[in-house]
Design a protein around this ligand. Sequence first.
Ligand code: HEM
Length: 309
Amino acid sequence: MEGNQKERRAISQIEEIFGEHEGYRRAHARGTGYKGTFEGSGQAMELTDAAHFRQAKVPVLVRFSHFSPDPTWADAMSPVKGMAIQFKIGPEEVTNIVSVTSPVFFTHSPERFMEMLEVSRSFQRGRPKLGELAELLMDFPEVRAMFSSVKKMTVPESFATGIYHSIHAFYFEKKGKRQAVKYLFEPEAGEDKRSLKDMKDLPFGYYEQELAERIARSPASFKLYAIIGEAGDPTDDPTRDWPKDRERVYLGRLTIEAPEAEAEQALYDPTVMTAGISCSDDPILQFRRGAYRHSYEKRIAENEGTKKH
Ligand code: HEM
């Protein structure tokens, strides 16, 4: 398939399985938008001149989300939560980080991702259960590993108390040198977890409401770190995390201050970044560019058509 054809096909496959939910993102459909600031630490200046990591404050849009492509799924059905950030570093310039509460993704190539979607089509329509999906995907060894960790998985108690990972590697670049990094956000409120079992009685929309109440009392904040890759750490395979002992550089502090409608509409393309940072050759990361653009164009057209916001 040529051009963005593959990405478009993947979006159609998602719609066939999880339903077409007009006006919503085709993944991470339900979420909540905020604005705030990011204050760079200036501690990565030897590795990159990227504007948002200098010692200065920039405005940000932040969107928290539940991973499901179906916005009607209960909070508990989406054990993985997302945090997407757009740093507004200039009048016309933004740079993004899109992160989730899992250090790894479940597949390493777009082709494999689409194969898995194909298998999942036999999935009972409407309200598929994670258990049924797990059974269907047991032939994929990488999925087996992921589901066994989901069973033991804990979920953040609040959007504001999760540890969020970029999963993919990126390069910091300066003076002809480059350094592989991954991003990690740690909540200043401390990590707070519940088991999947404890989540089943949560009311629909609990996470959005809890966050709104929390931020009405005081801002939520995260510390952002760059994990410094070493020789041999994979930069093109999102199913493989790096060893835990890697050095970290503190990049700055994210503060989330108030609800913001623009943050719900925005496109957080994980490949959009400013000078001083570049994408790794991870095929999943490259694939996301076209898939997000296509989903964005669909939902914006649908929202304009129905005036639904
Ligand atoms: C084959 C790989 C993937 C595909 C096809 C895919 C697809 C999508 C799509 C279509 C959207 C909605 C975009 C929009 O309408 O703006 C989305 C959102 C999202 N994805 Fe992915 N994704 C993939 C991998 C990942 C990975 C590896 C991560 C881990 C960081 C991730 C995290 C997110 C998050 C946090 C959002 C919500 C962003 C927002 O709030 O706007 N995705 N994904």
